[in-house]
Design a protein around this ligand. Structure first.
Ligand SMILES: Cc1ncc(COP(=O)(O)O)c(C=O)c1O
Length: 391
């Protein structure tokens, strides 16, 4: 036998990285309420409520709106794995880490992948999407609304969906880092399927991940010649549980469904548009403060992503050392860059329950003083003053 394992005492961090974000205590309390069975009439009522709250947050009337069991990659694979049939062509962006994951999933589903090119740190240009649609005639076009690896918000979504639809392609949107924090309108913007993760702007622990699919896309899924390659994520089977029948498919992660219900209730209480405004306001103060201190943002203007701030690492500074000091000395989590931007940016989240004035004041002050100690030419005092003023 191994030695007795001690009580669970994780450190009390402030989560300002790319997710998870801090969880509202109400969500944690909901997770400690008693289990009921996944087919209990009381749970079926909870399922109905969660589905409606998800529709309200995606701004959609789609019947097919569910929390997929698993993390954001599960709702992502549910969208891609069901909509991409063997031999289909999926057009994906190549300007970030999660566009590459879309490509990997589409290939596993038996699809051919073509890319729309844009540099890491820049959005897709509608003219490039148009050219790629003409060249490749895709069945599916996927894009990342909020690219967590680069801090870039994809603007012009209605224009992109129109181009794809003109070429008879269905559109899948990755809204993992924008859902419930940054404006996204599924129906008004013509998006056929969108997926999200709960642990970002919704501030809910990972485990049940939002997905919405419109009738046109569901028609393709239900008309497939070959079944979806994943049994677990096959929407034609999941329809039995989340659709009219409410019959067993797999045991739902009940506690995670309680959690997402409470997190979505918090969105409803705050108001969706008010929540988008809070993210812009609080993250805007963070941006103002960091710029006043002497730092530069990687993405600015209409592609700045309030929920994920990509800040350039000052010359000569070791990003890993800064991130470790913040974690070890201040219990403050931020992250480094990925892929083409590894070593070049800090990724600073401002999501959900973490998007609070006290957090950004703390972050600007501590990041500034750690950078100064690392030899960067920054003015932490000017940063904090500007943050306070902007708030
Ligand atoms: C844009 C984007 N898509 C997909 C995912 C995958 O989500 P998860 O890590 O919850 O599986 C993430 C996670 O950070 C993400 O940021």
């Amino acid at each position: 036998m191994s030695e007795a394992v001690g009580e669970l005492t994780p450190p009390n961090r402030t989560l300002m990285g790319p997710g998870p974000s801090d969880v509202n205590p109400r969500v944690l309390r909901a997770m400690s309420t008693p289990l009921v069975g996944h087919l209990d009439p009381a749970f079926i009522e909870i399922m109905n409520e969660v589905q409606q709250l998800l529709r309200d947050t995606f701004l959609t009337d789609n019947t097919w709106t569910i929390p997929v069991s698993g993390t954001g990659s599960a709702s992502m694979e549910a969208a891609i794995g069901n909509l991409v049939e063997p031999g289909d062509t999926m057009l994906v962006p190549d300007n970030g880490y999660f566009g590459e994951r879309m490509a990997a999933m589409a290939r596993r589903a038996g699809g051919n992948v073509e890319t729309v090119a844009a540099p890491w740190g820049e959005p897709l240009e509608p003219a490039d999407v148009e050219r790629a649609c003409e060249q490749y005639d895709p069945d599916i076009f996927g894009f990342v609304h909020a690219e967590t690896s680069t801090g870039v918000l994809q603007p012009d979504v209605p224009e992109l969906t129109e181009i794809a639809h003109d070429h008879d392609a269905l559109v899948i949107a990755d809204t993992v880092t924008s859902f419930a924090g940054v404006e996204f309108r599924t129906d008004d913007w013509g998006v056929d399927a969108a997926y999200a993760g709960p642990q970002k702007c919704l501030s809910c622990p990972p485990g049940a991940s939002p997905l919405t699919v419109n009738d046109r896309a569901m028609e393709k899924v239900l008309g497939r010649e070959e079944p979806c390659r994943s049994w677990y994520l096959d929407l034609s089977l999941l329809e039995g549980y989340w659709g009219e029948d409410r019959s067993y498919h797999h045991t739902a992660p009940i506690t995670n469904v309680y959690a997402i219900r409470e997190a979505l209730r918090l969105v409803q209480e705050e108001g969706l548009e008010e929540r988008w405004d809070r993210h812009r306001h609080v993250a805007g103060a963070l941006k103002t403060g960091l710029e006043a201190m002497g730092l530069t943002f990687n993405a600015t203007g209409d592609v700045w992503l309030p929920s994920l701030n990509a800040v350039r690492v000052p010359d000569g500074v070791d990003d890993g050392a800064v991130i470790n000091t913040l974690l070890e000395s201040y219990d403050l989590e931020i992250a480094s860059g990925l892929g083409d931007l590894a070593g070049e940016i800090f990724r600073i989240g401002c999501m959900g329950h973490s998007a609070r004035p006290d957090n950004v004041i703390f972050l600007v002050g501590t990041l500034g003083s750690v950078l100064e100690r690392e030899g960067a030419e920054v003015d932490p005092g000017a940063g904090v003053d500007a943050t306070l003023e902007a708030l």
